[in-house]
Write a protein that binds this ligand. Structure first.
Ligand code: NAD
Ligand code: RM4
Length: 253
């Protein structure tokens, strides 16, 4: 029970890593405020899973790319649970596309959701934590793609480097308030975001072979690391990034 008594907020919690993280946080005793967008069915499943573990949970609809979504989300969480202890910036998109003909709308939407959304959400959560005066933990779901490229991801990888950089700067800006800021860098985790990309058996087996632990990741592989960073076990960890990739990044030869 590493998170007993804490309120954890997660964006994009209707499926994938966001849902897996919500469930793992609930197992560790947290109450959950869950942001979602265009996926009512998915968020209902996440809520049911969290409540089945005996934890309290609320859902707040909102497109993270809209500036006002941040304050609405934080206000709703604070009203329901009396405060905000942990904020997980997870919502993200990755519409795979060749670089040379990526439409500007695809680039701009990816930036707006993954980076601008992260910035405004993080700022709203940090403002609340500072007001509360009891510190907190901000966690960005960055990516291995913050460190290495992807030929079909030139509009995406800069957003993942961006959220990691955001956590580094926030660690400095918010350290005096006792607010820790860290990134988790998942490798390749099988979720809807890459379902189509990994539907190609050749691509899937290529990725699997590159991973020393011999398998693609699951959302709960990432969730364990988030729980650690959210918890008081990580009380002296800030400005850090943790790869959760089965060894993919270090596998040169
Ligand atoms: P996913 O598609 O299963 O989940 C993405 C979630 O974000 C969904 O709940 C979706 O509804 C939500 N979302 C999308 N746009 C939104 C918006 N505008 N406002 C609010 N919510 C929105 O994918 P996932 O793999 O669980 O991805 C979660 C995060 O993990 C992303 O930031 C992604 O970049 C990151 N990540 C994923 C992998 C991977 O291999 N799956 C690896 C590294 C990093
Ligand atoms: C991740 C990483 C994975 C990819 C997902 C969509 O950040 O690049 O390999 O499958 O994004």
């Amino acid at each position: 029970m590493l998170l007993a008594g804490k309120t954890v907020l997660i964006t994009g919690a209707s499926r994938g890593i966001g849902r897996g993280t919500a469930i793992e946080c609930a197992r560790h005793g947290a109450d959950l405020a869950l942001n979602w967008f265009q996926d009512r069915e998915g968020i209902e499943e996440t809520l049911a899973a969290v409540r089945a573990l005996g934890r309290r949970a609320i859902e707040v609809e909102g497109d993270v790319a809209r500036r006002e979504s941040g304050e609405r989300f934080i206000d709703a969480a604070a009203k329901a649970f009396g405060g905000v202890d942990v904020f997980v910036n997870n919502a993200g998109i990755c519409p795979f596309h060749a670089f040379l003909d990526t439409p500007p709308e695809v680039f701009e939407r990816t930036m707006a959701v993954n980076l601008h959304g992260a910035y405004y959400m993080t700022q709203a959560a940090a403002r609340r934590m500072r007001e509360q005066g009891r510190g907190g933990s901000l966690i960005a779901i960055s990516s291995i793609s913050a460190l290495v490229g992807g030929g079909m991801q030139a509009h995406y990888t800069p957003t993942k480097a961006g959220v990691h950089s955001l956590m580094q700067s926030c660690a400095i800006a918010l350290g005096p308030h006792g607010i820790r800021c860290n990134s988790v860098m998942p490798g390749t985790i099988a979720t809807d975001i890459n379902k189509e990309d990994l539907a190609d058996p050749e691509k899937r087996s290529y990725m699997e072979k590159r991973i020393p632990l011999g398998r693609l990741g699951e959302p709960r592989d990432v969730a364990g690391c988030v729980v650690f960073l959210a918890s008081d076990l990580a009380r002296y960890v800030t400005g850090a990034a943790v790869l959760v990739d089965g060894g993919l990044f270090v596998n040169l030869q």
